[in-house]
Design a protein around this ligand. Sequence first.
Ligand code: SAH
Length: 231
Amino acid sequence: MKIAIMGAMVEEITPLLQRFGTYETREFANNKFYTLKYKNLDVVVAYSKIGKVNAALTASILINKFGAQKLLFSGVAGAVSDELHIGELIAASGLVQHDLDITAFGHPHGFVPEGKVLIKSDERLLSIAKDTANSLGLSLKEGVIATGDQFICEASKKEWIKKTFDASAIEMEGAGVAFVCDALGVPFFILRAISDAADAKAGFDFDEFLQSSSKISADFIISMLERLERS
Ligand code: SAH
């Protein structure tokens, strides 16, 4: 089975590549793709660069050029739910685009004709993640992740996103990945460890916790691979 593991920033995939140790590097479309073998799995790792467009481009390359049959995303996010704290893990039950807005024409936020507001994550991968968390004694929350091309560091904006989409966390790539995987029929799983609370000190917290939270997320994804490998 071929599995893609994607991050947005180099910091998010570095702990993965460090754990894997050996890999080959291939360049395509101004980006690098790292291919390796992990037990009986063929794995391809890449970071997309920040934002929905980069994320969608990389997800389609991972699927169409590298033949990924499942896509796992590992990275950091801002907390929207008060129950999520720095370093804690959240798996997306589904993803929305909070900055997609043609409400002027009577459509709901996050919707364009022939589309849908919420793209749901793959149930089987979510259940593998829950089993992984249980077996490791780790807490894994599950909720809607809201994606947009903005770093959110303002309480009022965060509250609006929480209220409008019933979101638990916020980031800048997940919905782009979800859209591509959904359209191409590839099961996906988006995991984030919290780096900040999307509030006035989010920029500061993000810099402080990017590395540690990226590692928490990457370690969990590698534990999931053990189960995927057996499934
Ligand atoms: N410091 C970086 C920019 C980081 S942008 C630089 O200067 O290059 C934030 C990244 O982390 C995005 O990839 C996004 O997915 C995630 N993220 C973490 N906290 C976020 C928040 N509060 N709002 C939006 N995205 C957030």
